[in-house]
Each structure stands twice: as structure tokens, then as C-alpha cells.
Design a protein. Structure first.
Length: 364
């Protein structure tokens, strides 16, 4: 793939003061996206992200859901005050994502570890983000813990055309072992067809190697769905996002999906993983036993890499990890500032950092 001509924008690009090789940038807000005016070309920028909400449960004891611990009388003493504090924290983070470049922040946000649609309805009404008018795409999954994935979208950017839950068929000791479905969402992003798969793959419970086949099966669900989309549209733009419980070098990602770590080697109908370079540098989205992992990923089809193709193209990936999102003391010092450590209430944000990408396209 050819190198994009956006490399001269710095990682710390600030709209108010940025210079491109001594050419002043002028920012024009157009159709809720930023247009960058340079001597060479005008570009629109939009952001797409993912965030594991770390057990966003309501306070009700719901039948057929293992949520007793997340009730006022449960082991986590999950009451209205703590629930509202959780919403406040999550909204603060989401309100910030990408806003140094595009004022509306993330136009699309995949989320995981949410109990139901109700908690998302509370979330999108939060004063910090309600002006974005996020719409919700959610269907219940059969997960044994009662947690789901979902997608939030800003209707100024995205027109929903359809969605479906893709079942991940697993067995343990001959019995069905239920996990989260893959949520496939399709529509028009700023007028062009685009597809999003939101994931929360099976955990590493029982050990990484022993549990690897379950994540490989989830990856195969994504790959099979992508191949079906490519069969109808070989240039389809697909973003696979989520908490994969695997790193960019894990077999599920590198072999099953076949995500390349070098964008120049990506061919038609293949995927590129921009998270690899961050992983290679030791940067992660969650920590365990004093080691960083990069489980939260954004994986992109070749249609988002080929600048000869019309519409949005991938520009940059980020992990949102400001200092206030780090635990300041205790056994989790230096880790993402989480809500709970076991049953101990810490009052933080999530045990994962969110990730997001910027996409750009010529304006006008």
C-alpha cells in the first residue's frame, strides 16, 4: 500500500496552533467533521473508538442474570450513588476522546461489559455527551455473566442500515459454553458504506493456552462475516473492534483473522492491525501482574488503507491514557484506575483504557 500523505501531522496535533511544514492550518467545522485546509488538499476528519466499560450494571436484581453482586445488598454494595459515579466517570472519558482534533469526539463507539440497553440509555443522556445524541445498537447476548457488547453512533455521521448478532458456538465438557455474540453493524458513514464488528472475546480463564481455541472461534466468526461482506463488495470498509482478550501477535488475531502488522503488505480482502506498533513499544490497554497487554484493538480492512480508493482512510490510532486514569496508590498503582478490585470499591473508570482511530478523506 502507498504511504498516505498525512504523515506530516504530528502525534500532538492541536487545531489551534498546528503548523504543517510552516503552512498554517485553518479548521472549518463542516457537517460535524473537521475540515483541514492546507495548500495541498482539504481533509475531513472523524473518530471511531472502543471502550470496555468494566461491568456497567444497573442496581436491579434481574432474573436469569448473574448480577446479584451488583445490587445494593450484594457483595459490591452497588447502589445508586456508585452507579451514578460510574456513569459520571465513563462520560468524562468518552467526552474527551478525539476532541483535540474533532469537536464531536468519537462518531462511533463500540462498548463492552454492559448489562443491558437500560444502562446505555442512562449513559447517553449524561450532560457531558447528551448533545451528541448518541443512538444505541444493542441486542442481548447469551453470555453467562449477563454482559453484552453494543455500538453507539452519532446520527450526524452515521446512518444505520442493519445489524445482527453473530453467535459464537462454544462447548465445554460437551455442554454449551455461552459467551458474548459478535455485533455486526452496517450503514453509511458520512455517506459511504461501512461495517463495524464489536467484540468481547472469551477470557483467558483457565490459562492462555487452554482458552485459546475459544478466542480462535470468535475470531473465525469475524473472519467468516468479513469474507461474506467482501464477496459482495471486494472494497468494503470493515472495522473489527473490541476487547479481544488477546494481543496483536496472538493466533486469533494474526492467524485466524490474518491481520497484518505492516500496512504495506495488506492485500485486497485482508486486514491491518495498527495496534501492533504500540504493542511492540510495550504500550497496553490493561495491566495484569505488572505486565501490560493490548487486548483492546481496532483492526481495519484494506479498503481503509488504499488512498486510491474514495472516501475515508485510516490516519492514526490512539490509546487514551491520561494520568488521571491511572491508579495512584495501592496494589494496582500504575494500572488503569478501575471501579473495583475484587469487591473493594476504588471508584475509578475502568480496568481498560479506550482506543480510537482517526479517519480522513478529501473534503468537497
Amino acid at each position: 500500500m502507498q504511504k498516505t500523505n498525512f504523515q506530516h501531522l504530528s502525534d500532538n496535533f492541536q487545531p489551534q496552533t498546528a503548523m504543517i511544514r510552516h503552512l498554517t492550518l485553518v479548521l472549518v467545522f463542516l457537517s460535524s467533521a473537521i475540515t483541514i485546509l492546507t495548500a495541498q488538499q482539504n481533509y475531513k476528519i472523524a473518530a471511531v473508538g472502543f471502550y470496555n466499560f468494566e461491568n456497567l450494571f444497573d442496581t436491579l436484581d434481574t432474573e436469569d442474570v448473574r448480577d446479584t453482586e451488583f445490587t445494593p445488598t450484594g457483595s459490591k454494595v452497588w447502589n445508586t450513588k456508585r452507579y451514578q459515579a460510574k456513569l459520571d466517570n465513563l462520560a468524562k472519558v468518552v467526552a474527551e476522546l478525539g476532541t483535540d482534533v474533532t469537536p464531536d469526539g468519537v462518531a462511533i463507539l463500540g462498548v463492552s461489559e454492559i448489562e443491558n440497553r437500560s444502562v446505555l440509555e442512562d449513559f447517553v443522556k449524561h450532560p457531558l455527551i447528551k448533545d451528541r445524541n448518541y443512538q444505541i445498537v444493542h441486542q442481548d447476548s447469551p453470555d453467562e455473566r449477563g454482559i453484552d457488547v453494543a455500538l453507539l453512533y452519532n446520527p450526524k455521521y452515521f446512518e444505520l442500515k442493519g445489524h445482527e448478532n453473530l453467535f459464537v458456538e462454544l462447548y465445554r465438557d460437551g455442554e454449551p459454553d455461552y459467551t458474548r455474540d459478535v455485533l455486526l453493524v452496517s450503514g453509511n458513514f458520512d455517506g459511504e458504506p461501512m461495517h463495524f464488528m464489536v467484540n468481547h472475546w472469551p477470557s483467558r480463564s483457565g490459562g492462555e493456552a487452554a482458552s485459546q481455541p475459544a478466542r480462535n472461534k470468535a475470531a473465525l466468526v469475524c473472519k467468516t462475516a468479513a469474507d461474506s461482506i467482501f464477496a459482495e463488495d471486494p472494497k468494503a470498509k470493515i472495522i473489527i473492534m473490541g476487547d479481544l482478550n488477546d494481543d496483536p501477535i496472538s493466533p486469533s488475531v494474526k492467524e485466524v483473522i490474518g491481520a497484518k502488522t505492516n500496512r504495506r503488505k495488506v492485500r485486497k480482502g485482508e486486514f491491518y492491525n495498527p495496534m501492533y506498533e504500540l504493542y511492540r513499544k510495550g504500550i497496553g490497554t490493561l495491566a495484569y501482574r505488572d505486565a501490560w497487554s493490548l487486548f483492546d484493538q481496532m483492526i481495519l480492512s484494506d479498503g481503509l488503507l488504499d488512498e486510491r480508493q474514495e472516501g475515508y482512510q485510516f490516519y492514526k490510532v490512539r490509546i487514551h491514557n491520561p494520568r488521571y486514569m491511572l491508579q495512584k496508590h495501592g496494589r494496582f498503582k500504575g494500572y488503569p484506575y478501575r471501579t473495583f478490585g475484587g469487591n473493594e470499591y476504588l471508584g475509578g473508570y475502568s480496568d481498560h483504557f479506550p482506543v480510537y482511530i482517526f479517519m480522513v478523506k478529501p473534503a468537497g
